[in-house]
Design a protein around this ligand. Structure first.
Ligand code: SAM
Ligand code: DTB
Ligand code: SF4
Length: 325
């Protein structure tokens, strides 16, 4: 029988759960084994637990960025000694994408160190997207903040994902970046969603935030409606010359807990074990996969810093019986 009450319950059950920071902090505070057990249960209910998706990154425009993000090697304000490079030509991009596909990546992500793209830049990036897509790869770009109409142009070029991270808890954002606000980031994310492009959005841990800060970041991501399809969780790579060069590194188990919290609160998203993997042991990475990470950046380089060589990842997949998704 269908009463008004059952009707209400069934409608509510389709509603997305809203997570409070306190609820997510309570997840972080579970005994480690209990947390991992819960994360595995959620993971197995939605994914093949032994499949890991691989994305390859390419920096298509490097350094000289006007923004002052405290972690970033590419900010013009940080004296990191990074060599600037203007926008790459399409042939170079296609060659890198082809090589990534041959090595087993399913998605190719192109990053540019811009506050946001100029219209002329966007046309060139649109050409890159078309060419990479034609190789049979999923496409992703991360170009900074978008203006009205730019997301639609990217969609028309065949873009599958746009990466734009919230990076840290709202109350901590202004201590890391001052040249734009987290509200600006939300504005771009909204434009991406409206244009019908999948959202890739995550953050960085290990920047001196508290556990409540990590829980707050995960809450913001999980409460996006819908949540991002891909959620990169980066462990800060401390870059000499940046304000965060000497940040104290996070306890590795706390990093695993962050992955587990992302998995539990965003059950159908790909959770990507992102920057910082080069410094991680195989055992720590295995714990991240157990906690529900099911995607990695694959290839010798992230944007400007190192990543495990493909051969090391191949061996790790083999040792753990992981398949490429
Ligand atoms: N300029 C664009 C933007 O800020 O969105 C795209 C490129 S930016 C380098 C992409 C993301 O890389 C940042 O949002 C941040 O999450 C991550 N990132 C940058 N430097 C990092 C570092 N040293 N350690 C970990 N993650 C980092
Ligand atoms: C994301 O969340 N991590 C990637 C990608 N999105 C663009 C970038 C990591 C950058 C790490 C530092 C560097 O190589 O410059
Ligand atoms: Fe520029 Fe992006 Fe680096 Fe910030 S994170 S300095 S916006 S490239």
């Amino acid at each position: 029988m269908h009463t008004a009450a059952t009707e209400r319950v069934s409608k509510d059950s389709h509603k997305q759960k809203k997570w409070t920071t306190a609820e997510i902090q309570a997840l972080f505070e579970l005994p480690f084994n209990d947390l991992l057990y819960r994360a595995q249960q959620v993971h197995r209910a939605h994914f093949d637990a032994n499949s890991v998706q691989r994305s390859t990154l390419l920096s298509v425009k490097t350094g000289g960025c006007s923004e002052d993000c405290g972690y970033c090697s590419q900010s013009a304000r940080n004296q990191t000694g990074l060599e600037r490079e203007s926008l790459l030509g399409i042939d170079e991009v296609v060659a890198a994408a082809r090589a990534a596909k041959e090595k087993g990546a399913s998605r190719f992500c192109m990053g540019a160190a811009w506050r946001g793209p100029k219209d002329k830049d966007l046309e060139q990036v649109a050409g890159m997207i078309r060419a990479v897509k034609a190789l049979g790869l999923e496409t992703c770009v991360t170009l900074g903040m978008l203006k009205e109409g730019q997301a639609e142009q990217l969609k028309a070029a065949g873009l599958d994902y746009y990466n734009h991270n919230l990076d840290t808890a709202p109350e901590f954002y202004g201590s890391i970046v001052t040249t734009h606000s987290q509200a600006d980031r939300f504005d771009t994310l909204h434009k991406v969603r409206e244009a019908g492009i999948n959202v890739c959005c995550g953050g960085i841990v290990g920047m001196g935030e508290t556990r409540a800060g990590r829980a707050g970041l995960i809450a913001e991501l999980a409460n996006m409606n819908p949540p991002p399809e891909s959620v990169p969780i980066n462990n800060l790579v401390p870059v000499p010359g940046t304000p965060l060069a000497n940040a104290e590194s996070i306890d590795p188990f706390e990093f695993v807990r962050t992955i587990a919290a992302a998995r539990i609160t965003m059950p159908t998203s790909l959770v990507r074990l992102s920057a910082g993997r080069q410094e991680m042991s195989d055992e720590l990475q295995a714990l991240c996969f157990l906690a529900g990470a099911n995607s990695i950046f694959y290839g010798d380089k992230l944007l400007t810093t190192g990543n495990p060589e493909a051969g090391r990842d191949e061996r790790l997949f083999e040792r753990l019986g992981l398949r490429s998704a």
